[in-house]
Design a protein around this ligand. Structure first.
Ligand code: PLP
Length: 211
């Protein structure tokens, strides 16, 4: 199996997805892609040739930080195999979670088209390494100073969420492996919600000014 992410977490890099599909075909591998960050609004992996595509529906599809769910798409044969495994492992949504998810999906397009239309990425400022003196000492105070953004591990919700990457999902990795991947102690991931832009700008400005 060749497993890829459409947009990588947490650095938002985009790989050569066409080449991943071609490589899988050439080598006889099942190509599987985690499309959580892109959402079906921005990318349709099955049309691009991937065999299976999955989403953490906990994130953009639900969109309100109130469900834990997932979904997988692909040919009937492959999805049937996933379903059989799922039955054995016991993952099944309760009706209320199903309702919340169905309701969240209705606003998916309007929620994801706002923030993702803006240009973003690892621009010159983002690439500039922090000064040696303050290295490793910026993320925590920033998280403590923001008032609007919630410090929480999820993403893709109507609320703005902020986390320090190295001490959350990548906690289990060795520090040198994290560094190699560019996940340093000052890396902060912000998942932008749908609050008024001027409120977010004001909040982050006061938080950054106080560092
Ligand atoms: C959160 C996340 C997962 C895990 O999903 P859960 O619904 O929390 O189990 C998988 N892939 C990506 C890209 C994620 O952001």
């Amino acid at each position: 199996m060749f497993l890829a992410e459409t947009i990588t977490n947490p650095l938002a890099r985009v790989g050569l997805l066409d080449e991943a599909v071609a490589f899988g075909r050439r080598e006889g591998l099942l190509t599987v892609i985690d499309n959580t960050f892109a959402t079906p609004v921005h990318f349709r992996p099955l049309s691009a040739g991937f065999d299976l595509c999955f989403h953490s529906a906990t994130k953009y599809l639900g969109g309100h930080s109130d469900v834990v769910a997932g979904c997988v798409m692909g040919s009937t044969g492959l999805v049937e195999r996933v379903r059989r495994a799922l039955n054995h492992f016991g993952g099944s949504l309760d009706p209320h979670t199903g309702f919340l998810l169905a309701r969240g999906v209705k606003t998916l397009a309007v929620r994801v088209q706002g923030p993702q239309r803006q240009r973003h990425g690892t621009g010159p400022l983002a690439r500039r390494p922090p000064c040696g003196r303050c290295r490793g000492r910026l993320a925590k105070p920033l998280l403590g100073r923001v008032r609007l953004a919630y410090p929480a591990v999820s993403l893709g919700c109507v609320e703005t969420l902020i986390i320090q990457r190295a001490v959350t999902a990548h906690d289990g990795m060795r520090p040198e492996d994290r560094e190699r991947l560019g996940i340093g102690p000052d890396l902060v991931r912000v998942s932008c919600g749908i609050e008024a832009a001027q409120d977010l700008i004001a909040d982050f400005s006061q938080a950054l000014a106080g560092l």
